[in-house]
Design a binder for this molecule. Structure first.
Ligand SMILES: Nc1nc2c(ncn2[C@@H]2O[C@H](COP(=O)(O)O)[C@@H](O)[C@H]2O)c(=O)[nH]1
Length: 93
């Protein structure tokens, strides 16, 4: 994303993360193995046991497309490119 003139009102901080929809404990309790594996399809990650990574499963975070759309609509950002993760390091350890 790039920062248009209006982004100066937020000190150009609009691109700083989407935030969570689930706490770590709620994510561990509510996200299934199927949901985790579907959301991580095609991405290399750092544990053989999915349970180690549930607290940082993609389903624990806000939908990044909704966040970007909202910021774009209010003029706080301008999308430039879409990046897809190839590999991630997740989890509490
Ligand atoms: N949409 C996603 N956002 C993510 C993901 N992993 C991290 N994040 C972003 O990082 C911050 C901090 O994460 P936290 O685990 O320390 O709370 C978070 O607010 C997100 O913006 C992800 O897989 N998908």
């Amino acid at each position: 994303m790039t920062g248009p003139e209006k982004a100066a009102e937020s000190f150009y901080s609009a691109n700083h993360g989407a935030g969570r929809t689930l706490s770590r404990s709620a994510a561990i309790k509510n996200i299934s193995r199927e949901q985790f594996e579907k959301s991580m399809a095609g991405v290399i990650y750092n544990s053989r046991n999915y349970k180690d990574l549930l607290d940082e499963a993609p389903g624990a975070y806000k939908d990044i497309d909704q966040v970007v759309d909202t910021l774009t609509e209010i003029g706080m950002t301008r999308p430039a490119a879409r990046l897809l993760p190839l590999a991630v390091i997740k989890g509490k350890d």
